[in-house]
Design a binder for this molecule. Structure first.
Ligand code: MTE
Length: 331
């Protein structure tokens, strides 16, 4: 994020994850995916319908069954970012610091036999297999803006369900105030873990009421398909009113606590990245303005920047969470 990039010494050209993908049919992908053991059970009932439909989809990954959703007015009428841009211009520091690094390197991420552990201040701690997590609630497609702290944004149709569905199942105890999200840090498959850029694993956190807000999405897919590795497969968070770094990728643990979690970016640069990190055009980053943004895909030489909106445009839905708080201090 704030780091000057070109220190990656690793370059493994990948038989393109992206360019060849349009040639695949959904059925073939699904069979492949099921053979790999990921999400097989959850997707099985979808298989015959998918085989019949065979509509061209943006990627090469298996379709994720979903219903369209307009939870709390989350759908924007803006043009969607191209799948190619959304899956090739990424921040996923475990795979390098250049925007193109995750798409080039994240093929090494192993998403089979994935589990997510729920622990801490809950009545029902559990370890969920991904297949069970996929089935826990209906998958919905939600079009959210994601605004990165670096000044760019995208509009992406995410697929998942409100994190609150999972939280209700595990029953937080009365003293649980925060939720900590821990992501995979596997130096064998993630070449940049071990670099000193961040204190690994990448950890994020939300206040419990933020985590329970219906907009907070536990996401398994985008553009109707499973998440590409570089976008945080097999399961990530999307918190659309906060800067993109709050949307932790490749989750392995969700912990309920009574203390505000120490997050990776606030540990790395506490004066630059606060715990809340709500999108706020009137609170500048110490080194740059946050008043405007560049929409990925609209970036010709003379393209006009867009004005950044308070809470990334989700103020009516989430503003009340911060009533009475000084958002300049609690940035
Ligand atoms: N999650 C992990 N585990 N590692 C990361 O480096 N980067 C964050 C966030 N989640 C990051 C992460 C940042 S800075 C952004 S802007 C978003 O992921 C980018 O998500 P996208 O690549 O799907 O657009």
């Amino acid at each position: 994020m704030l780091i000057k990039s070109s220190q990656d010494g690793f370059y493994h050209p990948v038989a393109s994850e992206i360019t060849s993908q349009r040639v695949y049919t959904g059925r073939r992908d699904l069979i492949k995916l099921m053979a790999s053991g990921v999400a097989g059970a959850a997707l099985a009932s979808w298989a015959s319908r998918e085989a019949r439909a065979q509509t061209p989809r943006p990627g090469k990954l298996a379709a994720l069954p979903h219903v369209k959703s307009d939870v709390a007015g989350a759908v924007t009428l803006e043009k969607l970012t191209d799948y190619k841009d959304a899956s090739s211009y990424n921040n996923f520091y475990e795979f390098g610091t250049d925007k193109s690094d995750p798409a080039r390197h994240a093929h090494t991420l192993k998403t089979s036999a994935w589990t997510v552990e729920i622990e801490g201040l809950v009545k029902k701690p559990a370890r969920y297999a991904l297949e069970d997590l996929l089935k826990l609630s209906a998958q919905e497609e939600r079009i959210y803006r994601l605004r990165c702290v670096e000044g760019w944004s995208m509009v992406i149709p995410w697929v998942g369900y409100s994190l609150s569905e999972l939280i209700k199942k595990v029953e937080p105890l009365g003293n649980a105030k925060y939720v900590e999200f821990v992501t995979l840090a596997d130096p064998k498959t993630m070449p940049f873990v071990g670099s000193r850029v961040l204190d690994w694993p990448y950890v994020e956190g939300l206040r419990l009421d933020e985590a329970m807000h219906p907009l907070t999405l536990l996401s398994f897919g985008m553009y109707g398909e499973l998440l590409p590795n570089q976008n945080g497969a097999p399961v990530r968070l999307v918190v659309p009113w906060k800067y993109g770094f709050k949307s932790a990728k490749s989750l392995v643990k969700i912990r309920f606590t009574d203390q505000q979690p120490a997050t990776a970016w606030s540990k790395a640069a506490p004066n630059e990245y606060g715990f809340f990190s709500n999108v706020n055009p009137s609170v500048d980053h110490p080194r740059w303005s946050q008043a405007s943004e560049r929409r990925i895909g609209e970036d010709g030489l003379f393209a006009k920047k867009r004005k950044t909106l308070m809470f990334n445009g989700y103020e009516t839905q989430v503003g009340q969470l911060y009533a009475g708080m000084d958002l300049k201090k609690l940035f």
